[in-house]
Design a protein around this ligand. Structure first.
Ligand code: IPD
Ligand code: CA
Ligand code: CA
Length: 265
């Protein structure tokens, strides 16, 4: 099947409606759920599962042939269809479980291996980011662009540090990255939501997002938001970003070369 930008936008709109329904549900249960540990430092709540099921049900009804990859239920539909939805029902579960108001719903769409649409919803702020290929990035219907900062020294950085920060096999590398990005910049924010970090790059609220140990569902939607807002997304070594890649560097494009050098130092 060849690419079809108008179709991607139509699918994006369907995903927006589904994200808003999941957001309504999540707002209702926020502060009322208890969390369990999947593994140390990695929580799940009934709300993650409830949101996942609502989204899968909505996507399944709208697109019965499409595959759906969701964080909490794995690959829950598969067919010989080139479309795959990549869903994080709550990105920022640690925040959600603590009642810390920084988390979101993230729904990305891949077509023939390429990310072509993305929707991120912050249900508490009632803020909706959306984008589809060649159609731009919008926040609540208003077109947005990445920031115009040209140097890292005037850049705000965000990151998604993994739960085993500093202790895993690449612990030293993670610490080194954090130290380098913290020095001579406007600081590094660890928000607890990689999807929101990308949404913030897309709307020009920060310049760079970097992370090791990302999953496709953490970033799929956000990658489309950043690209369509004029930014760049690569791996941490400057390699093309591929869905399922373990590391990511997203920026407003103007500071990308400098950020890559900082990641390498
Ligand atoms: C987490 C967030 C966070 C990142 C973690 C992820 P979750 O996703 O994206 O920013 O640092 O590695 O696991 O578990 O809240 O969906
Ligand atoms: Ca996530
Ligand atoms: Ca999640």
């Amino acid at each position: 099947m060849s690419e079809n930008p108008a179709l991607y936008t139509e699918y994006q709109r369907e995903a927006e409606a589904i994200a808003l329904r999941a957001g309504e549900y999540l707002r209702g249960v926020f502060g009322k759920v208890t969390a369990r540990e999947k593994k140390p430092g990695d929580l799940v709540t009934d709300a993650d599962l409830g949101s996942q099921d609502l989204i899968a049900e909505g996507l399944g009804r709208a697109f019965p042939d499409h595959a759906i990859l969701g964080e909490e239920r794995g690959l829950i539909a598969e067919a010989g269809n080139p479309f795959r939805w990549i869903v994080d029902p709550i990105d920022g579960t640690m925040n959600f479980a603590h009642g810390f108001p920084l988390w979101c719903v993230s729904i990305g769409l891949e077509h023939e291996g390429e990310l072509v649409a993305g929707v991120i919803l912050d249900p508490l702020q009632r803020r909706l980011w959306s984008a589809s290929k060649n159609a731009g990035t919008f926040v609540d219907g208003e077109r947005v662009h990445v920031s115009t900062a040209t140097t890292l020294s005037s850049s705000l950085i965000t990151t998604g540090i993994p739960a085993d920060f500093g202790t895993g096999s690449d612990g030293e590398r993670q610490v080194g990255l954090f130290r380098r990005f913290s020095t001579g910049t406007h600081s590094v924010r660890r928000t607890g939501s990689s999807a929101l970090n990308l949404a913030f790059v897309a709307m020009g609220a920060c310049e760079v997002f970097y992370s090791t140990h990302v999953n496709a569902w953490d970033v799929a939607a956000g990658v489309v938001l950043v690209r369509e807002a004029g930014g760049i997304v690569t791996g941490l070594h400057g390699e093309p970003y591929l869905v399922d890649a373990p590391s990511i560097l997203a920026s407003n494009s103007l500071v990308h070369t400098e950020a890559l050098a900082r990641a390498r130092d």
